[in-house]
Design a binder for this molecule. Structure first.
Ligand code: C5P
Length: 399
């Protein structure tokens, strides 16, 4: 999909019980600083009043092709020209059928036909209606016409039946909308990312590891893919699904991670070292399980290689980004690390607030100083971090 960023969105609401969820959708979109213009079909107004959407969007709601206050009477053209995308949520079976045929008998269907921007639809209907061959045929045709189909989800339905046809939840719709519209800042670029913890074996059943969940590294991989990068993800043991579109290489120990990173280093433009690599490993891994006894047990540890420092000191080093999780003196320790490892950029956070969490805050440290990113889901932080990297690389190229 070519790049389009969404600042202004036209939200079409059609007649289905999920119309009440569209109110929450407007609230979430506005929270993302997206300007929302709502257009309702006549059937939609039977479920929710235009006033609800007007209050949430801060704009008058259009419902009628023949509204005399539509300026030049060309609302169907004007409205779709003023926005970056049209999202119809919920999209009823009837509305999908109208789109397939290019019907234009009300304001929403007419402006969809007249639009020159991206159209996305979030179907919502009874499971039997969704499974009907006519609807499935329509969906295939819409996909063929370049219209994005978001959902539907499966589950219990307002009619009491269970199955596919529920509209995606508003949070998920916002996420899908944002992810499909990320600027393609890294098209043609290759990014290598490490994520998760490492495990250092003591014996066949015991390991030394840490609380890293891999969520930050996986979020960065996903955001980088959305922005057009070719991503290699070297991952320690985590309970996360590999991001689709990434070349994911599973590893266990720090030494394995270093070997995988070096084997994949060629032609990388950027290296983002998010993994919480164990700093030490047992000097000896016992071949058999160490037997329990009352006597104290001493395990001698030796230092693991520093993967990031190793990569950053290569003559052909890519743009290197480190992470620093600290429990105190965050900015001072992180910047010391950045200088020691010779990194243009390091992302710092408080370990207890970041490790394993879905949300976090970050401070980006570079030669120009500290750039705080406030508390947000890790995917949002990942997008901001990548935008910062793109801006730094752009500046380096120009300067
Ligand atoms: O462990 P430390 O706080 O120095 O980690 C800072 C950065 O160095 C992180 O980006 C981490 O991924 C990287 N690192 C590494 N290899 C190690 C230790 C840390 O690549 N052995």
């Amino acid at each position: 999909m070519s790049h389009y960023s969404i600042k202004k969105l036209l939200l079409g609401v059609t007649g289905g019980i999920a119309a009440y969820k569209a109110a929450e959708l407007v609230r979430l979109l506005v929270k993302q600083d997206i300007e929302v213009q709502v257009v309702m079909t006549s059937a939609a107004t039977q479920f929710v009043t235009p006033m609800t959407f007007q209050a949430l969007s801060g704009k008058p709601v259009y419902t009628d092709l023949w509204q005399p206050d539509n300026g030049n009477g060309m609302a169907h053209i004007d409205l779709s020209r003023q926005v970056d995308a049209v999202l119809v949520a919920p999209a009823s079976a009837d509305f999908l059928a109208k789109l397939v045929h290019g019907a234009a008998d009300d304001l929403l269907s007419t402006l969809c036909l007249a639009r020159d921007c991206k159209l996305l639809v979030a179907p919502a209907m009874n499971q039997q209606m969704w499974n009907n061959p006519a609807t499935q045929r329509n969906i295939r045709q819409l996909q063929h016409d370049g219209i994005s189909i978001l959902g539907p989800a499966s589950g219990s339905q307002a009619c009491g039946e269970t199955g596919p046809g529920r509209m995606l939840e508003p949070e998920e719709l916002v996420e899908r909308l944002l992810s499909s519209s990320q600027p393609k800042l890294f098209a043609g670029r290759r990014i290598l990312i490490t994520a998760g913890p490492t495990q250092e074996s003591i014996d066949p059943v015991r390991v030394i590891t840490n609380h890293s969940s891999g969520k930050m590294g996986y979020s960065i991989a996903r955001a980088a893919i959305e922005m057009g990068a070719e991503v290699t993800l070297v991952s320690g043991p985590v309970a996360l699904q590999a991001p689709s579109g990434a070349n994911t290489i599973p590893v266990t120990s720090a030494q394995e991670m270093l070997a995988a990173v070096e084997a994949n280093m060629k032609n990388q433009d950027i290296f983002i070292s998010v993994a919480a690599v164990a700093d030490y490993r047992p000097v000896k891994t016992s071949q058999h399980k160490i037997k329990k006894s009352a006597a104290p047990l001493t395990i001698t540890l030796e230092a693991n290689p520093d993967i990031l420092a190793t990569v950053a000191s290569r003559p052909d080093a890519p743009f290197c980004v480190g992470f620093a999780a600290e429990s105190e003196n965050l900015l001072q320790y992180a910047d010391e690390k950045r200088r020691r490892k010779r990194l243009p950029l390091i992302a710092a956070n408080i370990a207890s607030e970041a490790l394993g969490q879905d949300q976090s805050s970050l401070v980006l440290l570079d030669d120009e100083g500290a750039h705080p990113l406030p508390q947000a889901p890790k995917l949002m932080l990942a997008r901001s971090l990548l935008q910062h990297i793109a801006a730094m690389m752009d500046k380096n190229r120009v300067g």
